[in-house]
Design a protein around this ligand. Sequence first.
Ligand code: ZN
Length: 221
Amino acid sequence: MITITRLPEPSKLTEKKDKWLAAYLKKKGEVPKHRPPSGQYAHKEIRDILERMSNNKCFYCECKLGEDSEMKSEVDHYIEVAEQPKLAFDWNNLYLSCYDCNRKKLSNATMPVSNCLNPCDTAENPADHLTFKHEYIRPRANSSKGCKTIKKYKLDRSELNYSRLKWVQRFEHFLRKLRERQLDNEGRKLTLREREAVNSFKEPHHAFSLMFRVYLSEEDL
Ligand SMILES: [Zn+2]
């Protein structure tokens, strides 16, 4: 998880949200289990802006979504509509998530969002609460918020560890090649291009960039 700056509300949502909400609440009054139509809250225009905000990554686990990955993106309600139906079309309640984070997360009633990190809260830095050892995520300095965030979104699930491991291996292979080249050239410094390539791993567009930020802070390059 990294901090995500929310872009302005998509015009489609501004235009339609009141109408969509009224229709949804009316139907819900008749059929209590009725869900808001995903064709509305996950409309292409809304999804596109969420994707732009996160560089096409899950807001919670930072896996790549869409064209760059086999993972499809889902528009997620930060606080579930089951608990807060009125937030079904609220721009600040719409997040982009991978299938697993969306389906596996604990409900707000079980693990309130107020106890966890919020990627859209720019006043808070997830790096202060989360760290990594190899591909495994850990709360930093026993942070309670870090701990609860890992639990809420199951950020320690094995599928995610495996995805992170694949990236760690790619990164280590890349570093090994770089070090070999340095040794062949009597320990020369990294060129600007090499340094940029190394640092690209921790840029916000990169999958699991927070993990690589931790990794790179420990590397002596
Ligand atoms: Zn995810």
